[in-house]
Design a protein around this ligand. Structure first.
Ligand code: NAD
Ligand code: UGA
Length: 461
């Protein structure tokens, strides 16, 4: 028997956050109806696909939840207006990329999708509606949303709004586990009734002790700061990886030695080709913008270094590849393993592979990409505005990418790379055959025994 629906939730934005987050809410709260709406018709079509392998977001565990809830209490549609009209609670989960032009270009978040969502809510909401900021936003954005909503309250006295900030901390690739077992849920607001309403959703499956409530501004700012601190650890360990390569120390040993200090902790100390993903860079640059906006130049400069070191690491790895391949990549084929910004996701946004490839293209390289989850169109569109001297092909198997190549560059830590038949790969490559392991995920000694020349990040041997 179907549950009686007691609350209607609407989520504007069916992306990497909206889709998984609302699926987990629907799964844990069978008496809530959850409508996930989006202006992108193709995306909604994919969420409604009969073939569950075509869901637009790949996340371990997501397919099972969508199978269970879709058509029961979870619905994906383009009916933005109708869903807003009947909702008690509306989550805004739209994209907030960096502004490309105008004031704050290159740093500030572009809030045009937030503004248009707020205007749609102002127009179509009925009665009292709790509006929840799920997107990552600059501190004080609730003020903007409130101003838009208040103007519509004036024309209709039944229409009232409360705003709550409930930032999302999930990481891609582990989204379902992160949503199901979060370290904490953060809820910032101005009135207890709305804070409780949103808390009650999470209390269906999360221990109330893990639900932190704050004022609106602390909640908005904490999300940016959490991402800045996480990214800072990656830039810190990556900066030390370079020092290890010149000093004889081993970055894995150093990471372990410092990470066992409980005050430092062992997580987020994995060196690599720099952080990618849609959020770290954008959120730090947004923090930098905010600091400078409020006159805190030194604070802004401090955080900007985290992004600068990230770019430097990518440039450094590219330069190393070029130097070891005799200073030129002209007419050389290089196999690039991994296009997603990390393993277990098909997301390529800000993937280190993109910028590293561009540096290699500048030297005339021919790149052969292989990634187990990223599709051809994603790779093609990553370079669509980029004119370069190099060319690329997209391969269906790692072996195909390696035929006649001078080197393999590992840029994403997909588990399957560990278990490849490296002897077979060696046999089809040009000699000397190089492996550049920027994720430190391969068995270096075995590869050397086969005959490869191996560079592994953060060691000199
Ligand atoms: P996304 O680009 O995957 O999805 C956003 C969706 O919103 C798109 O499908 C877009 O079509 C839709 N949209 C935009 N304006 C709309 C409107 N007016 N009406 C209806 N739909 C509209 O973005 P995402 O990765 O899901 O990120 C969303 C927000 O969550 C961002 O602020 C991001 O910083 C934050 N966040 C992302 C992650 C992550 O892992 N991707 C994690 C935590 C927080
Ligand atoms: C990150 C945060 O971890 C989430 O808490 C946050 O919600 C999210 O950003 C967001 O706001 O979008 P995500 O970008 O999905 O999540 O993935 P991470 O696991 O944080 O990895 C980000 C990048 O850092 C990847 O390129 C990854 O390879 C790299 N990384 C991560 C390292 O190089 N070393 C590490 O030790 C950890």
């Amino acid at each position: 028997m179907k549950n009686k629906i007691i609350k209607n939730i609407c989520c504007i934005g069916a992306g990497y956050v909206g889709g998984p987050t609302m699926s987990v809410i629907a799964s844990n709260c069978p008496e809530y109806r959850v409508d996930v709406v989006d202006i992108n018709e193709k995306r909604i079509e994919a969420w409604n696909s009969e073939d569950f392998s075509q869901l637009p977001v790949f996340e371990p565990g997501l397919e099972d939840i969508v199978r269970k809830c879709r058509g029961e209490n979870l619905f994906f549609s383009n009916e933005v207006e109708a869903s807003i009209s009947k909702a008690d609670i509306i989550f805004i989960s739209v994209n907030t990329p960096i502004k490309k032009k105008g004031i704050g270009a290159g740093f500030a978040s572009d809030l045009k999708w937030i503004e248009s969502s707020a205007r749609q809510i102002a127009k179509f909401a009925k009665n009292h509606t709790v509006v929840v900021e799920k997107s990552t936003l600059p501190v004080k954005t609730a003020e903007t949303i409130k101003n838009i909503l208040i103007s519509s309250e004036q024309n209709n006295e039944n229409k009232t709004f409360s705003i709550v900030s409930n930032p999302e901390f999930l990481a891609e690739g582990t989204a379902i586990n992160d949503l199901q077992n979060p370290d904490r849920v953060l809820i910032g607001g101005e009135d207890n009734h709305s804070i409780n309403l949103v808390s009650n959703i999470y209390k269906h499956w999360i221990n109330p002790e893990k639900i932190i409530t704050t004022n609106l501004w602390s909640s908005e700012l904490s999300k940016l700061v959490a991402n800045a601190f996480l990214a800072q650890r990656i830039s810190s360990i990556n900066s030390i990886s370079a020092l290890c390569e010149t000093s004889g120390a081993d970055i894995n040993e150093v990471a372990k030695a410092i990470g066992t200090d409980s005050r430092i902790g062992s997580k987020f100390l994995k060196p690599g080709p720099g952080f990618g993903g849609s959020c770290f860079k954008k959120d730090i640059l947004n923090l930098v913008y905010l600091c400078r906006y409020y006159g805190l130049k030194e604070v802004g400069d401090y955080w900007e270094q985290v992004v600068d070191i990230n770019q430097w690491q990518q440039r450094r790895i590219s330069t190393l590849v070029i130097r070891n391949l005799f200073g030129t990549l002209s007419n050389k084929k290089l196999a690039v393993f991994g296009f997603s910004f990390k393993a277990n996701t098909n997301d390529t946004r800000q993937s280190p592979t993109i910028d590293i490839s561009k540096y290699l293209f500048q030297e005339g390289a021919k790149l052969a990409f292989y990634d187990p989850k990223v599709n051809e169109n994603q790779i093609i569109s990553a370079f669509k505005d980029y004119e370069n001297e190099g060319t690329f092909e997209i391969c269906k198997t790692p072996l195909e990418a390696c035929i006649n190549s001078d080197a393999v560059i590992v840029l994403t830590e997909w588990n399957e790379f560990k278990f490849l038949d490296w002897q077979e790969i060696f046999d089809v490559m040009q000699k000397p055959a190089w492996i550049f392991d920027a994720r430190i995920c391969l068995e270096k000694d075995n590869l050397k025994k086969i005959g490869f020349k191996v560079w592994s990040l953060g060691t000199s041997f």
